[in-house]
Design a protein around this ligand. Structure first.
Ligand code: DLZ
Length: 162
């Protein structure tokens, strides 16, 4: 199902635990800042909405999405966070650069979660153009930053129940 038809922030609302004692790291890419800034705002506001404390949310910027996995790993190494949210936007171009970045970054972020036993959330948009990116960064298809934050809260909640 495509992200145009499915919005994680609209499902299972009742099952979202309080984030009041949870600690979150957010790593966000500077590349396509006009989009990633909106993803960050969405993620941050959603964490606050579910009662996370400002002092328990740390934000670090990296130059591009390719640097997200290392930024996330450095945050995990600090042992200060219950989940790490990775936010970026890689727009399809004329070369295969897009494919290399998207596949390596998504794979690396998934591997980090399995290695550290921590939720590492993949909040990287991979649109064909700016319009599709804006549609998913607070536009007609919602804000994927919100969804990334919600996923982080749910996964920390899951971890606490196991
Ligand atoms: C180089 C590059 C290009 C062409 N496009 C994007 C993009 O659309 N989104 C993004 O997050 N980063 C892009 N980058 C930068 C790479 O992610 C990375 O920062 C550089 O290749 C340096 O390692």
């Amino acid at each position: 199902m495509s992200s145009a038809d499915h919005n994680l922030s609209q499902v299972h609302e009742g099952q979202v635990p309080s984030a009041k004692d949870m600690r979150f790291g957010i790593v966000v890419s500077e590349w396509n800042t006009e989009v990633t800034r909106k993803l960050l705002d969405g993620a941050y506001n959603t964490l606050i909405k579910y009662e996370a404390k400002e002092k328990n949310i740390a934000v670090k910027w990296v130059p591009g999405s390719f640097e997200l996995p290392l930024g996330a790993q450095l945050m995990a190494e600090s042992n200060k966070f219950d989940a790490i949210i990775c936010l970026g936007c890689v727009i399809q171009g004329e070369t295969r650069h897009f494919d290399f970045i998207c596949s390596s970054v998504s794979q690396a972020i998934m591997n980090l979660g399995l290695e550290y036993n921590l939720p590492f959330i993949f909040g990287v948009l991979t649109p064909n153009n700016q319009e599709q990116a804006q549609d998913r960064a607070g536009g007609k298809h919602g804000n994927k930053g919100d969804e990334a934050a919600l996923t982080a809260i749910k996964m920390v909640g899951l971890q606490q129940t196991i």
